[in-house]
Write a protein that binds this ligand. Structure first.
Ligand SMILES: Nc1ncnc2c1ncn2[C@@H]1O[C@H](COP(=O)(O)OP(=O)(O)OP(=O)(O)O)[C@@H](O)[C@H]1O
Length: 501
């Protein structure tokens, strides 16, 4: 059979000559283009051409930066928490962390690791990125571990962390208006389930707080809960109800234009459980605690930097406010430890504001959080409420005043159950102990100390009776001068939780 021929097929030699003439034309065009147009115009034409002819990607990438300026990015935190719950068996790289105080290992997303997820059937890809960036500033420094480059600039490495979300462009609306809000909600639920509450120590860099402020967190391993607190049961209930109401009222706060925050003032003698109550609130709410050392804040601006580093759903604690702020007048400047030290060396120039003021603190509580704070609790503690400036106590600043009293008989029942596992009626000495407690000012801390002295219940209770009797005698000896009315008032006050607003 004769071989079939294709008359329209170009022959190899015709293909070769077509290619040769085409390359000659291109070279000719290029030479003309180079000769006719100046360099800048050529570049402009080429860039425009490239812009319109670049193949368009059908994918969109959203970037979640760890920081938004100097404040933390709530969306990044939410996504990070959410992705920890999405780690699957296919993951190839995971980050493992554990601090000395933690008794479990944390498994986290490692850099460059990718996780695929889907929302309403739309596939999305998450990638975690960590980048070392070299920053440069002129002169000085070096003591913070940074280096100098060959121009004498101070160079230090900063880390940029971000998470990328990639998906088909056509789902942009759905991802932004449905998927991301769902992640925010989900991360909140996950946070509520989290077992570990963190404690951050807020102090400015001048006092060892690191370049931007606070030092690393530790787990708040405080065992105190509302069950273990020796406190009037009605008072406990009033506090728990107030906290529950506060978290439920997001919409109300928004509607009336108030910052979603609640201020508590805990006052009472030392050892009555103010710190224990803070820990109980943190454990109940699962909120992290930021302990602000006012005496370690150099100026209004470092206070601002510190407060901007705190996150939502947290408790800001300022203990012993009367000792931290020594001036009763809110307009008067408060010379901080830092300023006090620096004032002794006038030759040392400092770029810091010279003083830190109470009005700075108050403005912050009101102003700063109105722009970037949600679901915040602020707790002040003091042993001397009467020494505080009325500006601190007014509603809106300190909404609930809680008097932490000396031990009550109900409080003793709680301590006995916690420490000795015995209850009222199980031991004949309870009656005598309660009579002594009723007429004596004894703190829960003192009684707790006695209850720890032995494992033998008899030894402990006998020791406690002796301790209380001894205290009674001591107090009676030094009683002269103490007004009975004052004591009665104290007991009456003890039963109060004052909700101002
Ligand atoms: N109301 C209480 N219920 C249970 N334990 C308490 C209570 N008050 C004190 N304690 C015990 O006493 C210890 C010290 O109490 P805590 O530090 O909470 O008192 P405080 O009022 O904060 O004292 P300070 O004013 O000196 O800081 C606690 O660790 C706890 O063991």
């Amino acid at each position: 059979m004769a071989a079939r021929t294709f008359p329209d097929m170009p022959t190899p030699s015709s293909l070769l000559s077509a290619y040769a003439s085409m390359s000659t034309s291109i070279m000719l065009f290029r030479t003309m283009f180079d000769q006719l147009f100046p360099r800048e115009l050529r570049r402009y034409i080429i860039d425009t051409f490239r812009f319109y002819w670049k193949p368009k990607s059908s994918k969109l990438t959203l970037v979640f930066e760890e920081k938004d300026g100097i404040t933390s990015n709530q969306m990044y935190d939410a996504v990070e928490a959410f992705l920890c719950s999405r780690i699957n068996p296919e993951s190839e790289r995971l980050r493992i962390t554990k601090s000395a105080k933690e008794n479990h290992i944390n498994v986290k997303f490692a850099d460059s690791e990718t996780i695929t997820d889907s929302y309403e059937g739309v596939p999305v890809t998450w990638t975690y990125v960590r980048q070392q960036q070299q920053n440069r500033r002129g002169g000085g420094g070096g003591g913070d571990g940074s280096d100098f480059d060959y121009h004498g600039h101070n160079v230090w490495a900063a880390e940029r962390k971000y998470i990328e979300l990639k998906f088909e462009k056509k789902y942009k609306e759905m991802i932004i208006s449905c998927y991301l809000p769902w992640i925010l909600q989900r991360s909140k639920e996950l946070q509520n389930q989290k077992k570990v509450v963190k404690l951050y120590n807020l102090q400015s860099s001048a006092y060892g707080g690191g370049p931007g402020g606070y030092i690393e967190s530790v787990n708040l391993d405080h065992p105190s809960t509302f069950e273990t607190l020796a406190m009037d049961p009605k008072m406990k209930k009033a506090i728990v109800d107030d906290l529950d109401l506060f978290v439920k009222r997001k919409e109300l706060y928004k509607r009336v234009g108030k910052v979603w925050k609640r201020g508590y003032l805990l006052y009472g003698p030392p050892g009555t459980g103010k710190s224990s109550l803070i820990a109980a609130i943190a454990n109940y709410m699962k909120f992290d605690v930021y302990d602000l050392q006012l005496s370690c804040v150099g100026s209004d601006s470092s206070l601002k930097n510190l407060l901007l580093r705190t996150s939502n759903r947290s408790i800001l604690v300022i203990e012993d406010i009367d000792c931290s702020l020594q001036l009763p007048d809110r307009k008067a400047p408060i010379v901080s430890k830092f300023s006090e030290v620096m004032s002794k060396f006038p030759e040392v120039k400092t770029t810091r504001d010279p003083m830190f003021s109470l009005s700075g603190l108050l403005n912050f509580i009101d102003g700063l959080w109105s722009s970037c704070g949600d679901e915040r609790i602020i707790i002040f503690t003091t042993n001397h409420k009467e020494r505080l400036d009325s500006a601190l106590l007014r509603p809106g600043r300190m909404d609930v005043h809680i008097h932490m009293s000396y031990l009550t008989v109900d409080g003793f029942d709680t301590l006995a159950a916690n420490y000795l596992n015995i209850h009222d009626g199980q031991d004949w000495r309870f009656r005598e102990i309660k009579e002594l407690i009723k007429c004596k000012n004894v703190t829960p801390a003192e009684v707790a100390e006695e209850l720890l002295k032995s494992d033998d219940v008899d030894v402990v209770l006998e020791g406690l009776v002796k301790f209380l009797k001894r205290k009674k005698i001591e107090e009676e000896e030094s009683k002269d001068g103490v007004d009975d009315d004052d004591e009665e008032n104290e007991v009456r006050e003890a039963k109060k939780v004052k909700i101002i607003s």
